[in-house]
Design a protein around this ligand. Structure first.
Ligand code: GDP
Length: 196
């Protein structure tokens, strides 16, 4: 995929705030600090379009980025924020659920999982939920540059133990924003899904 333009479009917490131009959307989710902003910036060849979680005041909204005037990348706020209250967490869950369950424009979900750790309960729940919704899923194992070559198989077998990779609509990629490993494959997956 050739990125010709990328622009922040809108933030939303409810349906009436979603973009109304009826373009395809690809959502990205993962726990905070998994490397989601870095992946978005790497894919789009931008230094700081998606804000990293280390920046204070990061709002917990769905952030829509318009790419090539053709489709939206939707940055889903990182789950597992320690500092939000139980009530906020619940609202947060509802916001994500509303979006994933009711948005016809949504063509696929990228679930980011940190290669260095066991998938979290939230990672597994998100995967099972997306599978239940029958969404095309791309599982991206982030920060793979931190893993020794000899250990990459272990990352894969740990993933297989935790999530059902027999699901028809799942693809798995290792990824690094540092070495840019598989950035083209990520773009290809998105391109294929938005053209369906
Ligand atoms: P987010 O909270 O999911 O948006 O995560 P960020 O993109 O802000 O990344 C969290 C931290 O991980 C930052 O310190 C990044 O520099 C680091 N990071 C992100 N991607 C990679 C990667 O591919 N490799 C390495 N080594 N570090 C990464």
């Amino acid at each position: 995929m050739i990125i010709k333009s990328s622009n922040y479009a809108v933030s939303a917490v409810r349906e009436d705030q979603y973009p109304k131009d009826n373009l395809s959307e690809i959502a990205l989710s993962g726990r905070s600090n998994v490397g989601k902003s870095s992946l978005i910036n790497t894919l789009l060849n931008r230094k700081n379009l998606a804000r990293t979680s280390s920046q204070p005041g990061k709002t917990q909204t769905l952030n829509f980025y318009l790419i090539n005037d053709e489709f939206y990348l939707v940055d889903v706020p990182g789950y597992g924020y320690a500092r939000v209250s139980q009530k906020k967490r619940q609202e947060f869950g509802e916001m994500i659920q509303d979006y994933l369950e009711t948005r016809p424009n949504l063509k696929g979900l990228v679930i980011l999982i940190d290669s260095r750790h066991e998938p979290t309960k939230d990672d597994i729940a998100m995967y099972n939920y997306a599978q239940y919704l029958n969404l095309p899923i791309l599982v991206v194992c982030t920060k793979i540059d931190k893993i020794k070559k000899s250990q990459v198989n272990k990352v894969m077998s740990r993933l297989k133990k935790n999530i059902d990779l027999n699901y028809d609509h799942v693809t798995v990629l290792t990824f690094s924003s540092v070495t840019k490993l598989h950035v083209a494959e990520l773009g290809n997956w998105i391109e294929e899904k938005i053209s369906k």
